[in-house]
Design a binder for this molecule. Structure first.
Ligand code: TYM
Length: 332
């Protein structure tokens, strides 16, 4: 049998993407597309678990498609599509719901965090979020799933659900494995470096967005919290702020963390933060320009997403049909 090289990942089209999303996920999508059969989705069904403005959700969906391509994802090499264009996701989600326990979902860290944050809207979708994510992955028989560390718990539950189903019937789903980058899998908040950088941070200086202009990027890095002492050393336990900035610099420039440490040896925090800001701004500028160009070409983008949806549906429906047969859904 041919080796399974399917790989799956997705990003939600909510708020603006941060450099954390880029370094933890999107950047790797590009590197992996040459080696694997990649499916990259825009998870708009996950997005509505938190109330969205419809016009904005539509716009951000197109913007994320353009961003994937601007970052280097090649629609000829990978399948780029919008989750809601492939009904099999919600169809499989329903089946997998019956293989998932309420208690497991209540224990999910993200569910608990988001329930606290959106206390007036703890909807069923928010709780069911990891099951939809499992459906995403399992539909494509994905062997690998590149994500940031904040998604690890969701990936573990997807594995559990796959195994549970396979044991109850017969091998049906590939049990997926997470791929986490050595550096970049958890980029932290610039103001509170013990927390992950988030799209929805309250302090505007906490996160650097992929849409930020050069001056904003540099200003945010200048204001980044560093640690006591003056040494520029990678030591996440004792120097969370400096270590985070070193990681950002290393991944953006393609250097190792120790090369970055050497480069900054003897420099002060001020010069260091400026250099990190400039390196990030230099990398973001061409991505932003290309994203804007693509966004103005709606016919091209829609064409990519249409082909993507067709190719994704083909794979997804094959899995869904197998599942429907195994569980005893009447076929006509
Ligand atoms: P989302 O949209 O929150 O984030 C997209 C990706 O970015 C990663 N990420 C980070 N990486 C490093 N440092 C950070 N500070 C940081 N913040 C976010 C996330 O881990 C993710 O890889 N549930 C997913 C979307 C999804 C999905 C899937 C992913 C839906 N279905 C199936 C994989 C497979 C999410 O909300 O990601």
């Amino acid at each position: 049998m041919e080796e399974n090289r399917n790989l799956y990942s997705a990003v939600q089209p909510t708020n603006n993407l941060t450099i954390g999303n880029y370094l933890g996920a999107v950047k790797n999508f590009v590197e992996l597309q040459n080696e694997y059969d990649c499916y990259y989705a825009i998870a708009n069904q996950h997005a509505i678990t938190v109330r969205q403005n419809p016009a904005e959700l539509r716009q951000k969906t197109a913007a994320l498609a353009a961003l994937y391509i601007a970052c280097g994802a090649d629609p000829e090499k990978c399948v780029l599509y919008v989750q809601s264009h492939v009904p099999a996701h919600s169809q499989l989600c329903w089946v997998l719901n019956t293989f998932t326990y309420v208690g497991e979902m209540e224990r999910m860290t993200q569910f608990k965090d988001k329930s606290r944050k959106h206390a007036d809207n703890i909807n069923m979708g928010l709780m069911d979020y990891p099951v939809l994510m499992a459906a995403d992955i399992l539909l494509y028989q994905a062997r690998y799933v590149p994500v940031g560390l904040d998604q690890k718990q969701h990936l573990e539950i997807a594995r559990d659900i796959a195994q549970r189903f396979n044991n109850a019937y017969s091998p049906t789903f590939t049990v997926p494995e997470g791929i986490y980058m050595k550096v970049g899998a958890k980029i932290n908040d610039l103001q509170e470096p013990s927390k992950k950088m988030s799209k929805s941070a309250e302090n505007p200086n906490s996160s650097v967005f992929l849409t930020d202009d050069r001056d904003t990027v540099i200003r945010k890095f200048k204001r980044a919290v560093t640690d006591s002492g003056s040494e520029i050393k990678y030591d996440p336990e004792n120097k969370a702020g400096v270590s985070n900035l070193l990681s950002v610099y290393a991944v953006f420039t393609g250097k190792t963390v120790s090369e970055a440490e050497k480069e900054f040896e003897g420099l002060g925090y001020g010069e260091f933060k400026l250099a990190v800001g400039e390196a990030v701004a230099d990398k973001l500028a061409p991505i932003q320009a290309e994203q804007a160009r693509l966004l103005s070409d709606k016919a091209y983008l829609d064409g990519v997403l249409k082909t993507g949806a067709e190719r994704a549906s083909y794979t997804a429906n094959k899995t869904l049909n197998k599942v429907y047969k195994k569980i005893g859904f009447y076929q006509i």
